[in-house]
Design a protein. Structure first.
Length: 266
């Protein structure tokens, strides 16, 4: 492939953990390389010892899309070494390298609406069909369809996705975002409480989907999604709440604890 960019790998970075820990759903691993689409751009990326290689990637796309997407300007080493708690230390030690991806807010919202009462293979399948059916671009690397595109559709139009009860929530989200009754610009600029209330105006969006959208789509790292695993973590390890060392990065701590606790049971 042309336009190959290599950069030194950050101290705390694991490509596989970032792309396959349940925060993004359009990445597929083939041999040692990961293939995905974000912000309308397809990418093949690989981690080798001491470096990251971005294939078919221009300097402009790297600076504007992929550098922010992988949060490469953030010092995760400083964050994780500040966690002076035994459970977090264990999680970071075993799964060092997880980062919170800076995803498109609309894609994150839609993806986590689809994730409700669902498993990852099914989530990926629904999203793949959504992009193949309604996204623009070349086959195999189609863009995630915009809110405007989906707002013009009906629940019946989404039948090929086989998304079940989630279809009506996707349409409602698309319509509210398009008409501005759910304002992404304000969610971005306002304190997190505003975003929590704003996103829950959408049918079918409760606290968990709102927190996931705020964390993975708006990069509000104090967001703290709670599912069955996180409830279990809080009951077993933090009945009095997360330790003070996670203040402001609760979402990053959650991702480490979630993956560590889930993998421990496996």
């Amino acid at each position: 492939m042309d336009n190959r960019i290599e950069i030194p790998c950050p101290a705390v970075f694991d490509l596989g953990l970032c792309l396959d820990c349940g925060q993004a759903f359009r990445w597929v691993k083939k041999e040692e390389r990961w293939h995905g689409v974000a912000f309308g751009k397809a990418l093949t990326v690989e981690q080798q010892e001491g470096k990251l290689i971005f294939y078919n990637c221009t300097e402009d796309d790297f600076e504007k899309i992929w550098k922010p997407y992988f949060d490469l300007d953030c010092d995760y080493e400083k964050i994780v070494t500040s966690y002076d708690d035994e459970y977090l230390k264990a999680a970071v030690s075993e799964y060092s390298g997880i980062r919170i991806l800076r995803q498109d807010p609309w894609e994150a919202l839609c993806s986590f609406i689809i994730s409700q009462n669902n498993n990852i293979p099914r989530i990926k399948g629904i999203i793949e069909r959504l992009c193949d059916t309604f996204g623009e671009g070349d086959e195999g690397s189609k863009c995630f369809p915009s809110a405007e595109r989906l707002a013009a559709l009906s629940v019946e139009d989404l039948a090929p996705l086989r998304s079940g009860f989630r279809a009506k929530y996707i349409i409602d989200a698309a319509q509210k975002v398009t008409e501005g009754s759910v304002d992404f610009a304000k969610i971005e600029s306002m304190p997190i409480e505003f975003g929590r209330e704003e996103l829950q105006k959408i049918k079918g969006v409760g606290a968990k989907v709102a927190e996931c959208t705020l964390l993975y789509g708006f990069h509000k790292t104090e967001a703290f999604p709670v599912d069955v695993w996180v409830k279990r973590i809080m009951a077993e390890m933090y009945p009095a709440g997360l330790p003070e060392c996670t203040k402001g990065t609760e979402g990053i701590a959650q991702q480490y604890l979630f993956h560590w606790r889930r993998m421990r049971d496996k």
